[in-house]
Design a protein around this ligand. Structure first.
Ligand code: HEM
Length: 483
């Protein structure tokens, strides 16, 4: 830190930015967080909640309350980082402690995880973080050859049945039909044995979703349009619905994972992780990422494809069909690299709509957060919070940042990938035991590309209608034009 040699004696950050006090306030205890929560969920919505405060204080680093607040979270106070540069503090494990910060200022009851703390809730300094992340990464690497065939089989037949439905009975919603595909795909990619929709039955997806909803409901706005908001607020956001409501569903899931995950559990035991801890981590990693990740990501990707219209469809189908033809019809990891537009479209969807929107971490020590034209001091222990869809639309980094630009990451544009943070790390970084970056990163990008490929191997173009669901867009196919 240095002091500028001008008349103002302004304190400067290590990179020479003036250090300013963080604007914003937390308001009146108890009442302001409740009012803020109503604004966040109902009156303003997530995006407007943050944007209005950025304009009011003319700053992208500011103090504010994040939901849920009372009574679920006693300390809703955060320092919000809402631009592409300041957000980076959350990706730096030497600066933030991520113990119990996955869901922010509240923690779901651990009884939902049979009493354990899953890996995603552990900080990098916890020795169990290293052991568990190594085991899960090992599983991902050992199954890498299963991802493409599993995805093609499950989502291929999903697209076929959507086509049949559109032809026979008209407009067909993607979201409901794809509900079990995310869970089936994850299990087909990672385990031998029957798919959950077969082994547990058709209700497997509902069971998994219900369990996830109990963990995440305090972060989801307008959980239901059916319940008037004050009642919804009281029922969902003020009280944790008792975990016993999902106990029997969780038992069924546990039985399934004990069978299909046998070799993972045995391997984990050999490195000192109990079978109990390994099992509940496996359940968490599979279901949380199927429904908190893939199930949200694909409708967003599809939404942008629908809105891209025939012009984008022509370019994509040409790129995809010509590369796959040159490979005699097979989809290989190498041929995916020869599809620059397909790759760019997937990154652009992840940039605009990172499926995990919120990131949090406690400052490990007193530190300075650098933004574009100022820096700010944060005290040890303060909660830092980032709303990612604002950070990754930052116009100072991305021209027309709010718009979907299909070619954004083609050629020279690849340099911008360092500002794509959906995996809780830069797209140009690698996940490892010393960071909290998603170890499923490459699989997710691959899944996005395979989704676009499966679609355009079948259809030259299509039309659809976009609606809204609590976590994702609702996409209804209206017509599909077969290749
Ligand atoms: C679209 C899908 C996915 C998205 C959006 C996603 C996103 C993320 C994010 C944002 C984090 C960091 C959470 C935080 O601490 O703030 C994370 C961590 C993690 N993800 Fe993913 N993920 C996805 C798919 C997957 C898949 C397929 C796997 C494979 C098992 C996976 C395994 C994990 C694990 C184990 C962690 C914890 C890492 C750690 O604690 O160091 N994810 N993911």
């Amino acid at each position: 830190m240095s002091i500028a040699k001008d008349s103002t004696s302004q304190e400067l950050s290590p990179s020479g930015q003036p250090i300013k006090p963080i604007p914003g306030s937390y308001g009146v205890p108890f009442f302001s967080p409740i009012w803020d929560r109503l604004n966040f969920y109902y009156f303003q919505g997530h995006m407007a909640y943050f944007k209005s405060r950025i304009s009011k204080h003319n700053s992208t680093v500011l103090r504010l309350n994040v939901p849920p607040g009372p009574f679920l979270a006693s300390k809703p106070h955060v320092v919000a980082v809402l631009d592409a540069l300041s957000f980076q503090v959350l990706l730096d494990s030497s600066k933030v402690d991520k113990t119990d910060t996955l869901t922010g200022t509240y923690i779901p009851p651990l009884s939902l995880y049979s009493g354990i703390r899953p890996l995603a809730y552990l900080d990098t300094t916890d020795p169990l973080h290293t052991t568990l992340k190594t085991q899960i990464t090992g599983l991902i690497v050992s199954r890498k050859d299963y991802v493409i065939p599993s995805f093609r089989k499950i989502y291929g037949s999903l697209f076929d049945s959507i086509y049949d439905k559109v032809e026979s009975s008209g407009p067909t919603e993607f979201n409901t039909l794809s509900q079990s595909a995310a869970f089936d795909f994850m299990c087909s990619a990672f385990f031998e044995g029957a798919l959950p929709s077969v082994a547990i039955g058709p209700s497997a997806a509902d069971m998994a979703l219900k369990w996830l909803t109990f963990q995440l409901h305090p972060l989801v706005s307008k959980a239901s349009n059916l319940i008037p908001w004050p009642l919804e607020d009281i029922l969902l956001h003020n009280f944790h619905l008792p975990p016993c409501l999902v106990k029997s569903d969780y038992k069924a899931l546990e039985t399934y994972f004990t069978n299909v995950g046998e070799s993972f559990l045995t391997d984990a035991e050999q490195v000192g992780i109990s079978r109990h801890v390994a099992l509940h981590n496996l359940i968490f990693a599979t279901i949380f990422n199927a429904y908190g990740g893939i199930k949200i990501f694909l409708p967003f990707l599809l939404k942008w494809l629908v809105q891209g219209g025939p012009e984008l469809h022509n370019k994509l189908s040409e790129e995809i069909q010509s590369v796959i033809r040159s490979e005699n019809g097979s989809v290989t990891p190498a041929c995916l690299e020869r599809m620059p537009l397909t790759k760019s479209v997937v990154y652009e969807a992840l940039r605009l709509n990172p499926p995990v929107e919120y990131q949090y971490g406690h400052a490990r020590s007193d530190l300075v957060i650098e933004s574009h034209d100022a820096a700010y001091k944060v005290k040890k222990g303060e909660m830092i919070f980032g709303y990612q869809p604002i950070a990754t639309r930052d116009e100072k980094v991305f021209t027309n940042g709010e718009q979907f630009v299909a070619e954004r990451f083609v050629g020279e544009g690849e340099k911008l990938l360092q500002y794509v943070y959906w995996s809780n790390g830069r797209e140009t970084d690698e996940p490892g035991v010393t960071n909290k970056q998603c170890p499923g990163k490459d699989i997710v990008v691959l899944v996005g590309r395979l989704f676009v490929i499966e679609l355009f191997l079948r259809f030259d173009t299509f039309t659809g209608e976009i609606g809204e669901l609590p976590l994702e867009p609702k996409v209804t196919f209206k017509s599909l034009h077969k290749v």
